[in-house]
Design a protein around this ligand. Structure first.
Ligand SMILES: NC(=O)C1=CN([C@@H]2O[C@H](COP(=O)(O)OP(=O)(O)OC[C@H]3O[C@@H](n4cnc5c(N)ncnc54)[C@H](O)[C@@H]3O)[C@@H](O)[C@H]2O)C=CC1
Ligand SMILES: O=C(O)C(=O)COP(=O)(O)O
Length: 329
C-alpha cells in the first residue's frame, strides 16, 4: 500500500487525486524547507517534491523510497546520483508548464522594454514628467538570443516571432536544421551571439557547470541589452549582474529565479529600478498550478500502476515492468 509524502504546497486538485486513489496514504508538508519534510521520508514509498533541495542525506534516510515525482521540470535540487545508486526513478511533468513560463519570459521582456514598472510609479507620483523621456524601446527588429531551445525556449521563439523579432538560438544539443525549421537562426558560439543580442533569455537546466552568464559573458553584451532569467538563479553570477547594471554595462534584467530563494532583503539586485522581479512564479498561473499538481500526482499513481510514461523519467533508473508495483485496493 503506497505511502506518499507531498513535500511543499501544491494545488488542491493533485491532493484530491491522491486522496481518492484506493490504497494511497498521504503525508502533506506545506513548508518549503528540506528540514520540514526530511523527518517524514522514512515511511514514504514515493515523494512528490517542489523545488526545495532533496539531498543524498535525505534520500539515504528513506529505505522504502521507490519513486520521486517532481512537481515541475527542473530537477537540479534533487541528488540524482543518490537516486541512481538505488535505481529510484525521478519523473518530471514534461510540457505541462512550458506555456506560462514562456509567457512570463515575454512579460519580463515587455516590462523591461517598455519600462513598465518605472513609468507606472512615475505616473502615480509625478504625473506626466517622464512622458517625453523616451525610455521604452520596440521589440520589432530586435535580436532575441534564446539560450536553450527545449520545451520553453521554442515557445518563446514563436511568441517573439509574432512581435517581429529576430530570434537567435544557442543550444549545442539541437541541430541547426531544427532551429532554422522553427524560423530562428542557429548561434553555435555563445560569446559572439551575446554580443549581437538586444535581449538574452535563458531556458536551460542548471547543470554541474553552474554559472553560464558570469562577468565575462555580461561584458560581451551590449550596454543597451537586457537579460531575462526564468530558468535557474544559479545560471547567473548575481553579483556580476548587479555590478553590470550599476555601471551601465547592461540596461536591465528580468528575474523569476535566484541563486538562493527567497533572495535576502539586502540582495544587491532588489534595489535596482533596472530590474523586474517575480518570486519563482512563472509557472504558477491559476491554470498551470492545477495542471502541475495533477500531473505530478498522476505520475505517482501511474508509477505504482506500472503505466508511467518512460519519457518522463529523467535519471538513469528503469521502470519496473508493468504490474510489478500494482496498487493494492
Ligand atoms: N521559473 C519556473 O517556474 C520554471 C523554470 N524552469 C526551468 O527552465 C528550464 C528549461 O525548461 P524546459 O524548456 O522545459 O527544459 P528542456 O529540457 O525542454 O529544454 C532545455 C534545453 O536546454 C538545452 N541545453 C542544455 N544545456 C545547454 C547549454 N549549456 N547551452 C544551451 N542550451 C543547453 C537542452 O539541449 C534543451 O534543449 C528547466 O530546466 C528549469 O530549470 C522550468 C519550468 C518552470
Ligand atoms: O518546473 C520547474 O522547474 C519549476 O521551477 C517550478 O517548480 P515547482 O513549482 O517549484 O515545483
Amino acid at each position: 500500500m503506497p505511502h506518499v509524502l507531498v513535500a511543499g504546497a501544491i494545488h488542491e486538485a493533485g491532493l484530491a487525486l491522491l486522496r481518492a486513489a484506493p490504497g494511497v496514504t498521504l503525508d502533506v508538508v506545506e513548508a518549503v524547507s528540506t528540514e520540514s519534510y526530511a523527518p517524514l521520508v522514512g515511511r514514504a514509498d514515493a515523494v512528490l517534491i517542489r523545488t526545495q533541495p532533496m539531498p543524498a542525506a535525505v534520500i539515504d534516510e528513506a529505505p522504502r523510497l521507490a519513486f520521486v515525482s517532481r512537481h515541475g521540470v527542473g530537477f537540479d535540487a534533487v541528488d540524482v546520483a543518490a537516486l541512481n545508486r538505488r535505481s529510484i526513478p525521478l519523473a518530471i511533468v514534461g510540457d505541462v508548464n512550458s506555456q506560462p513560463v514562456a509567457e512570463h519570459a515575454m512579460m519580463l521582456i515587455l516590462a523591461l522594454a517598455k519600462r513598465a514598472l518605472v513609468l507606472d510609479a512615475a505616473t502615480r507620483q509625478a504625473g506626466w514628467a517622464r512622458r517625453n523621456g523616451f525610455e521604452a524601446f520596440e521589440l520589432a527588429g530586435k535580436a532575441l538570443l534564446l539560450v536553450g531551445f527545449g520545451r520553453i525556449g521554442r515557445r518563446v521563439a514563436g511568441m517573439a516571432e509574432a512581435f517581429g523579432m529576430r530570434v537567435l538560438v544557442h543550444d549545442p544539443f539541437v541541430g541547426a536544421a531544427a532551429i532554422r525549421a522553427a524560423g530562428a537562426e542557429p548561434a553555435a558560439a555563445l560569446d559572439a551571439a551575446l554580443g549581437e543580442a538586444d535581449i538574452v533569455s535563458l531556458h536551460v537546466p542548471l547543470g554541474g557547470d553552474g554559472v553560464l552568464i558570469g562577468a565575462p559573458e555580461l561584458k560581451r553584451m551590449k550596454p543597451t541589452a537586457i537579460l531575462v532569467n526564468t530558468a535557474r538563479g544559479g545560471l547567473v553570477d548575481e553579483a556580476a549582474l548587479a555590478a553590470a547594471l550599476a555601471e551601465g554595462g547592461l540596461a536591465g534584467a528580468g528575474l523569476d529565479v535566484f541563486a538562493g530563494e527567497p533572495p535576502p532583503a539586502d540582495h544587491p539586485l532588489l534595489g535596482s529600478d533596472r530590474v523586474v522581479l517575480s518570486p519563482h512564479s512563472a509557472s504558477l498561473t491559476r491554470e498551470c498550478a492545477a495542471r502541475m499538481s495533477v500531473a505530478a500526482a498522476q505520475n505517482i499513481l501511474d508509477f505504482f500502476a506500472g503505466r508511467l510514461d518512460p519519457a518522463l523519467v529523467v535519471n538513469a533508473a528503469s521502470l519496473p515492468p508493468a504490474g510489478r508495483r500494482q496498487m493494492q485496493a
